[in-house]
Design a protein around this ligand. Structure first.
Ligand code: MN
Length: 194
């Protein structure tokens, strides 16, 4: 039987300042992510879904209860999101990732433009993703707490970078200025983890 737990943030709430503020991080982790974990546990408790891994549940998103899809997605997405940000600010990808990004998108700047556009144009709440599909990098986006591991999305793959564009991720600091939040997100990406 699986019981999911809220992972600890790998840094302090204020570690992403001034790009992402401490209060947003505290509420985002302690209230939003924690809420997804609690509701996911409640939704699978005493069902056969509790015996399956989260990845298996997400891969069958089309046939699981909506509460498991939404809160399981929320738990997976935020768990990834915390790890792909970090305390070293303003870095760029290096090594294999740098060369794959160049090969796929032409340059890092083009990748950044295309990823930012995917994040900016996602209507309403959702996520922008950099995924690996058959060894190739691709940019995609999903609504709500869906993600590229789910069988309900158009473009499936393994997410290696995700950006939360729900208003709860940026509204306290940026209000309606989502593009400014996206631009500043690039300052806190932990490229080594990606
Ligand atoms: Mn969020």
């Amino acid at each position: 039987m699986n019981t999911y737990k809220l992972p600890e943030l790998p840094y302090s709430f204020d570690a992403l300042e001034p790009y992402i503020d401490a209060q947003t991080m505290e509420i985002h982790h302690g209230k939003h992510h924690s809420g997804y974990v609690a509701k996911l546990n409640a939704a699978i408790e005493n069902t056969e879904l509790a015996d399956k891994s989260l990845e298996v549940l997400l891969a069958s998103a089309s046939s699981i209860p909506t509460a498991v899809r939404n809160n399981g997605g929320g738990h997976f997405n935020h768990s990834l999101f915390w790890t792909i940000m970090g305390t070293e600010h303003g870095t760029n990808p290096t090594g294999d990732l740098e060369s794959e990004l160049d090969k796929t998108f032409g340059s890092f700047d083009t990748f950044k433009d295309e990823f930012s556009a995917a994040a900016a144009t996602r209507f309403g709440s959702g996520w922008a993703w950099l995924i690996v599909v058959d060894g190739q990098l691709k940019i995609t986006s999903t609504p709500n707490q869906d993600n590229p591991l789910m069988d309900v999305v158009d473009t499936k793959g393994t997410p290696i970078l995700g950006l939360d564009v729900w208003e709860h991720a940026y509204y306290l600091k940026y209000q309606n200025r989502r593009p400014e939040y996206i631009e500043n997100f690039f300052n806190v990406i932990n490229w080594k983890e990606v």
